[in-house]
Design a binder for this molecule. Structure first.
Ligand code: DLL
Length: 441
């Protein structure tokens, strides 16, 4: 363990640490961020009202819209000459959001990520291949600084240029790799195309996240690369990668860095807490951040938590793999479908490449789904590249049948030749909404 005292701290002690840090954070925003001062005044509260961790319920929520409205620096709690780094997230609409870090924030973040890499199975002296994008996105630099802090040799290759990635993996012999699961799969596919066996690389563990992925995708990556695939979670508004990570020992839920982040899981409708084990929206409050402390940030991410001690010995609360987001649930003819459920089913079907797209279209006035998948290259060769072959027709019927029984909706399925769907070098775009085409004049 990287910080055994903290990682195995008994929960009463951890609660005390969290409370004193929460009180400091609340005071900091009240005194330095007019947005929060205004919200506190509206609710008739002051920092003195926070006497227990339960009192967090009295505090206002923060939403992505608040960051947009305060763009770029309105939520910062320090003068700009104390800000040492800016990152941003692109978001789906309008302006990006900007997040900032003081020197201390960067130190803490690096330490949190170093701890996360060790939790995943990394160690000082590892060669660590970082295929997350560098830039405004927090993935690249977040993992980079954590790996350096740990004392690993980071290969700052970033995303893209896949053939070069392969040469570098082959030559530099990294023990660890990180990137989005979809991009790592893209690298693996390339290796296979070049006639290499991805199981023969030097890699032993991978740290994957920043986009939704499933247990089935984990099994695919672990088998294809002969590694342990570890789920890492984070978001720029709260810090970046490292808010939570699975342990190598159990791979059973992601340990939240609770000395830095306070977690609540709430019903997204009523905003009341749900029981441990029940799915709800993750809401985080930062406990140590200086430049952009954030109070009760509604992530939109859906998961459950458990406070039971893990077999690895860590006491920090674990969150489940994300089930989806409050805003990515598709409503198809009245039925709720999460894209992750579609991935789960698809990856169990033989003869397909684990790359897909979900197109939302209008059929008359009804919303409908078109599922685009790709046939596996070996099968494609076997059927003489004849996409009208009965095997392809049967595959299509099987997919439609399995989707219908798992998701309760009929999905038109289009089986494409190998290599015809776009590949990502960062976060994959799985859902394409074609229902309201943008009219350009
Ligand atoms: O994606 C930070 C990150 C970088 C996490 C590298 C992990 C690794 P944002 O760009 O702000 O930050 O996007 C945050 O991505 O609210 C989730 O919806 C999604 N996300 C992040 N990690 C996971 C994960 C980074 N492990 C948003 N599983 C979050 C599923 C994830 N979704």
């Amino acid at each position: 363990m990287y910080n055994p005292d903290i990682e195995t701290m008994n929960r009463t002690e951890l609660g005390k640490l969290q409370l004193s840090r929460l009180q400091q954070t609340v005071k900091r925003v009240y005194e330095n961020v007019p947005f929060y001062k205004g919200k506190f005044d509206e609710l008739g509260i002051t920092p003195n009202d926070i006497q227990t961790l339960e009192d967090i319920k009295k505090l206002p929520f923060t939403k992505k819209k608040d960051l947009r409205d305060q763009y770029p620096y309105g939520l910062f709690a320090v003068p700009m000459d104390e800000v040492n780094r800016l990152h941003g997230s692109s978001g789906t609409s309008g302006k990006p959001t900007v997040v900032g870090y003081t020197k201390n924030d960067l130190k803490n973040w690096a330490a949190i990520v170093a701890r996360a890499i060790v939790t995943a199975g990394g160690k000082k002296g590892d060669i660590f291949h970082n295929a997350y994008g560098y830039g405004l996105f927090t993935g690249g630099l977040g993992l980079h600084c954590g790996a350096e802090e740990l004392g690993a040799a980071v290969v700052p290759i970033s995303g893209g240029n896949t053939e070069r990635q392969i040469t570098v993996i082959d030559d530099f012999k990294p023990r660890g790799i990180c990137g989005t699961p979809s991009y790592i799969l893209n690298i693996v596919e390339h290796m296979e195309k070049l006639g290499m066996d991805p199981r023969k690389t030097s890699l032993e563990y991978g740290i994957f996240g920043a986009e939704p992925w499933t247990e089935e995708m984990r099994a695919t990556l672990e088998n294809k690369l002969d590694i342990k695939a570890i789920d890492i979670y984070g978001l720029s508004e709260v810090m970046g990668p490292g808010v939570a990570i699975e342990c190598n020992e159990a791979q059973d839920g992601l340990h939240i860095a609770e000395d830095h982040f306070f977690i609540e899981v709430l019903d997204p409708e009523t905003l009341e807490p749900v029981e441990d084990g029940q799915d709800g929206e993750l809401v985080f409050t930062s406990l140590t951040k200086e430049a952009l402390p954030i109070i009760r940030y509604r992530t939109g991410d859906i998961a459950s938590i458990t406070r039971e001690k893990c077999k690895c010995g860590r006491t920090h609360t674990r969150m489940s793999r994300l089930k989806g987001r409050t805003d990515d649930m598709l409503i198809i003819r009245g039925v709720n479908v999460f894209p992750s459920e579609i991935e789960r089913v698809l990856l169990q079907i033989e003869g397909l490449i684990p790359n897909y797209q979900i197109h939302l279209i209008k059929k008359g006035s009804l919303d409908s789904v078109e599922l685009h998948v790709e046939i596996e290259n070996n099968l494609y060769q076997e059927i003489g590249k004849d996409m009208m072959h009965p095997i392809v027709q049967k595959l299509k019927r099987d997919i439609q049948h399995q989707m219908k029984s798992a998701c309760l909706v009929t999905m038109d399925t289009i089986i494409n030749k190998p290599d015809s769907l776009p590949r990502s070098d960062g976060k994959a775009k799985r859902v394409i909404d074609k229902r309201n085409p943008v009219v350009t004049v």
